[in-house]
Design a protein around this ligand. Sequence first.
Ligand SMILES: [Zn+2]
Length: 109
Amino acid sequence: MEGLGKFRFGLSMPRHWGQTESERDQHRWYFRWRSHSDQATCPDCHTVSRHSAKRYTDPTLQDFPLDGKTVDHRLTRTRYLCDQTDCSVYTFVEPRGGFALPRLACRIG
Ligand SMILES: [Zn+2]
């Protein structure tokens, strides 16, 4: 694969997402993204947590083709600890936020 410069998604990208890698070959564009969030809301009790636990890498998301090539995205999100002792959730992965736009069509693996 051939390395590329930074891909320009422009203003549609949430600020806490940073591109860490981009490559292409004859048939495919491949982008890796990493969240730099510092907090997330527990999906169960809705408490905001700032206690990150570790990272979670999503299965590959396939985007619409670009220049006739398959476009794959790989997201690494932050897993947080819920601080509420009576919450049924111990850890949770932050939501994709604005990243998983409707243009990200389907998961492939
Ligand atoms: Zn919770």
